[in-house]
Design a protein around this ligand. Sequence first.
Ligand SMILES: Cc1cc2nc3c(=O)[nH]c(=O)nc-3n(C[C@H](O)[C@H](O)[C@H](O)COP(=O)(O)OP(=O)(O)OC[C@H]3O[C@@H](n4cnc5c(N)ncnc54)[C@H](O)[C@@H]3O)c2cc1C
Length: 437
Amino acid sequence: MSSIPMRYSEILVVGAGPAGLAAATAAASAGAQVTVLDDNPGCGGQIWRSGVASANIAQDPAREATIRGFRDSKTSLLAGRRVIDSGPSQTLRTYVEETGVIETFTWDRLILATGARERFLPFPGWTLPGVFGAGGLQALVKGGYSVAGKRIVVAGTGPLLLAVAAHLQEDGAEIVAVAEQAGLSSMLRFATKLLSHPAKLMQGARYRATLNRVPYRTGCWPVVAEGSAKLAGVRLTNGTHTWTELCDLLACGFHLVPNTEFAVLLGCKLKDDYVAVDPTQKTSVENVYCVGEPTGIAGLDAALVQGEIAGLAAAKRETQAQALFKRRDRERAFGKGLDRAFALRPELRTLAQPNTIVCRCEDVRYAQLQSQPSWTDAKLQTRCGMGPCQGRICGPAVQTLFGWQNTSIRPPIFPIPLSALISAPTSSEITQLQETL
Ligand SMILES: Cc1cc2nc3c(=O)[nH]c(=O)nc-3n(C[C@H](O)[C@H](O)[C@H](O)COP(=O)(O)OP(=O)(O)OC[C@H]3O[C@@H](n4cnc5c(N)ncnc54)[C@H](O)[C@@H]3O)c2cc1C
């Protein structure tokens, strides 16, 4: 058995992004004992991934308020812990990269705040060196990768494109163009909706002002990433004309997909691919709440208010939580508007050619998948989705291309070394540990 004792938390939060931080702070301020787990080395999630420990936080009021609130709440943050599996009766297992061991946790109430990831769609050349996920490139830059002087095309769909382009330009890149696949009419309708969200409108306007010399092409998408050993340019189309933009890097992402794997493993019901929650953010599984992007891609404000509601509700302050429902519903409606505005155009399903790689972990090409009747058959016959990313990248792609749903989520939900797996406590050992608490 593992020598690591089981840890107990009255409220355990998985994910230290904005949603998890807001949940933890609200629960702690209501008097609950809270622990937060995250696989990153620090808190902040995707949007606030860097500089959390720096003196720089005053630059962003939402970040400053959230991080300060969290720090003041004296909540315990256990970073560098990746939740890989659930266990018997309100327990879970995490993998600690630094020590290579599995730790176990037990809770009275669990709040899932596991965020989202980018959606990638295969097109010829998308696996060439020099092609990055848009948010992925931004994360690398936040981590110190220099894009100074690099010519970058930003392409795909979603509000993240503008944020990334503005950020990369501020870091010295030359943004050649931003190609947004959503059409102009769709974007104009979305902009009209933003009038009732002035802060978001202002943020969009700030990004556009930063990028005032950069062409922002709506109804425009990448068809080929060109180059032999590495990227040399991107062929773009607007459906009528096709042309090549020379560049060093392509930052490309097609909006976001929710990280629902752990929720599914726990047995939480999904609705329209998102974790289904009640007004207090409670899932279909008793004592389990879910907040932020897994319940709908709706941005920072939604993540914060949902986190606060779940934190209060989990700390048995439902009446206080109710006061926030209206704000949450408004943000959720904004999220639905995002889904509509940035819905994928059918042409994107036709970009992959027979030899285009779809599953890059297992080197599976489009032609190998075309004859498969389902995701399960594709896995069995081609190993699509069975590599290290466990279908996180190709899963949403094959869902878009073939309509296949990934219905089989198995532990560990992230790859871990066999040595850690072997030394992990079994379910009966976990039950014994729980009894000693
Ligand atoms: C790559 C990327 C970049 C983005 N950049 C921006 C941006 O620049 N501007 C912007 O406005 N919005 C950005 N967003 C959107 C932004 O993340 C959301 O609007 C919102 O802030 C999400 O908050 P959250 O707390 O729900 O999720 P996140 O911020 O994603 O936080 C989730 C946290 O959970 C952790 N986690 C997930 N699974 C596990 C697990 N099994 N075990 C342990 N920890 C786990 C993650 O490491 C992460 O820290 C980005 C999204 C992505 C995917």
